[in-house]
Design a protein around this ligand. Sequence first.
Ligand SMILES: [Zn+2]
Length: 422
Amino acid sequence: MSNRIAFNPQDRFVVSIGNTLIVTTRTGDTFGHDITGHTADGAFHFTGAKAAFNTVDRFVTTMGTKLIVTTQNGDVFGHEMAGRDIGVPFKFAGSKAAFNAVDRFVVTVGNTLIVITQNGDVFGHDVSGHTIGVPFKFDGSKAAFNAVDRFVVTIGNKLIVTTQNGDVFGHDVSGRTIGPPFKFTGSRMAFNPEDRFVVTVGNTMIVTTQSGAAFGADVTGRDIGPIFRLNPDLSIRLHLKVWTNPTIPIQTMITRMQDVYGTAGIGVVVASRQDLTGANIHTALRDLDVVPTCPAGQLTGEQIQLFNNRDNVGEFDVVAHFVRSTSPVLNGCASHPDNVFGAAITQIASVWTMAHEIGHVLGLRHIAGENTNCPSSIPNCCSTPNFSRLMTGCSTSNIVGTPVFAQSEIDTIRSSSRTRPS
Ligand SMILES: [Zn+2]
């Protein structure tokens, strides 16, 4: 199933509850995508009531498990969301909200519904159960009144305003006061004309585009982290077989791998995970004999035995065997038999080792330009290393920041038989 997000012309509002991104449509059908780490799953269709399909519906937001729909005349309706089901609509008692023509953005912070007007005035309504409290005006700064302001979302008690040129500003909301504006450091967000919706899931800010491609960045304090592709169009199916747990948690290696492969539009799907740490068979394989420098297709008897532990691994799947060590000592080794694709990763692996070794499995070699003066007896002396690249031959342990692929490398791994449509 396609994992494109909010690309249909009839998609109307995008919000989130918990780790689920929610897309409402003009027909009232509602779709969801569960977000796990830095990856969005394919769409599912919510059961239950239709929501937000009336032409008078104007703003949609969420509060806890409630989907809240405000209308042009100020009536406010809600649906309780339970898992993948939408409850029947109810009308909130109490005040009307967001019915003035100048009202421009509606968001929530805690139990407060916040309405921002074109001139930057900010009004609130405390929501209690199914009742909207009387409106109050926030003290402090105005917010989101510039013509270039494009989207407003919230994370915790922060109002976040994105602008047409990608600058992102914030205001801390404290009680009934809007703090002074500050500018986020880090990545610029949502400045492309094709960007369509902005939403937050946890501490991640997500931008969806007209094509259905979606991008995210984690927000930490007043900084926006690197942008990653949330829903790659291709993916590899990865099987994890754990003979010895590495020092760096496997989940960390997976997330880093997703970050760098995401830049190539390739997702990393963990298809299975097998715990072999307690297995008392093949204990010799935990300290794996390999052919020095791991040339393609050249294997020791132990490597052949290791990859024979195949279980769920399908024909074009990729397997990562986590062993204690190799002899000679390496972070990892990408040699594998012809009939099963994979690599061995050792306990001393860096956060990038798995991504690097699977890069070899997908057809990549070490980058050119390193080791220019290395004698053959010391192939990794690395006089001119490039630690901005995942496929450095000078040890991924030295990589700083998130490494990149060259376009030629992206072309190679996207055309690999191990890479398939998501
Ligand atoms: Zn390598």
